[in-house]
Unconditional design. Structure first.
Length: 266
């Protein structure tokens, strides 16, 4: 739908892709509800945009998700688009992922969007229209080593989205997955866990504004799945056509550090 005058909730709006998406939708004339944990950063964002309110919320908390939707309805009377963008990363070998880190990533990246969906769908059903946009990652389809926990959360988010789309068939509510590749934000500095850098083989990435434009296009055209770049599509296609080759290349690229570590040099 055209976001002009539509009410749009954006989670993770205090930085990176969410902040760029807030600016992009504001320029398109949307009325915004900005959510994240950092109250001060959110308030500054909202003050700088023409029609925006800030609602500090931790999406891992189901009650906070319900309050967020209630506050959006109290402020604007409805919710037209929910953009589940808030997320955190996690690195580390699958064999030693810490329980607390894994549970946190699942709580924020997977359960948060589910709680918000549960809160917002009755509002959208009553209006007979709406859209839920879930920000996933190319890693949902082609995981990299040491990013398996994060990739699993995003893969699960995509399957929840696919099931939800079928459940909402005929309701007027669209469900869209946006699948960005590497994006130049502070995401990797904030991720949980320990482990090796993916920088060595990761492409330099696109600016968050490119992802924001893809999300805006997805709002307008309501596809099932949206990519940010052709390079992302191509990379996933290669992984599907030649999975063994891709896995061998990844194992070699990521194995280098392990071979060089002091423990393996004796
Ligand atoms: N950067 C990439 O390379 C990349 C690639 C593919 C997909 N993505 C996805 O894109 C989305 C945005 O990431 P980004 O790159 O923009 O990272 P970012 O700059 O770190 O932004 C993450 C946002 O999520 C918010 N957030 C984190 N935990 C939260 C929680 N528990 N409750 C509410 N908000 C929370 C953060 O704000 P507070 O800390 O204030 O809560 C922040 O606004 C994520 O879902 C990520 O998985 C990123």
């Amino acid at each position: 739908m055209d976001p002009r005058n539509r009410v749009v909730i954006i989670t993770g709006a205090s930085s990176g892709i969410g902040a760029a998406t807030a600016r992009c939708f504001a320029a398109a004339g949307a009325r915004l509800v900005l959510a994240a944990r950092s109250a001060e950063a959110l308030a500054q964002m909202a003050a700088a945009l023409p029609q925006a309110i800030a609602v500090p919320a931790d999406v891992a908390d189901p009650a906070a998700c319900h309050r967020l939707v209630e506050q959006a309805v109290a402020a604007y009377g409805q919710v037209d688009i929910l953009i589940n963008n808030a997320g955190i990363g996690l690195t580390g070998p699958v064999t030693s992922l810490a329980r607390a880190d894994l549970e946190r990533v699942l709580a924020v990246d997977l359960l948060g969007p589910i709680w918000l969906t549960q809160a917002v769908v009755p509002v959208m059903r009553a209006a007979g229209r709406g859209q839920i946009i879930n920000v996933s990652s190319v890693l949902a389809v082609q995981p990299l080593p040491y990013l398996g926990g994060y990739a699993a959360a995003k893969a699960a988010l995509e399957q929840i989205s696919n099931a939800l789309r079928i459940e909402l068939h005929g309701s007027g509510i669209a469900v869209t997955v946006v699948r960005p590749g590497t994006t130049r934000t502070g995401f990797n500095q904030r991720r949980l866990g320990s482990g090796r850098e993916r920088r060595r083989i990761a492409p330099p990435g696109v600016p968050p504004e490119a992802v924001a434009r893809a999300i805006l296009r997805a709002a307008r055209t309501e596809p099932r799945l949206a990519y940010v770049s052709w390079a992302d599509r191509l990379a996933l296609l290669v992984g599907r056509l030649a999975p063994g080759l891709v896995e061998a290349v990844l194992a070699r690229a990521f194995g280098w550090e392990e071979q060089q570590s002091p423990a393996n040099k004796q």
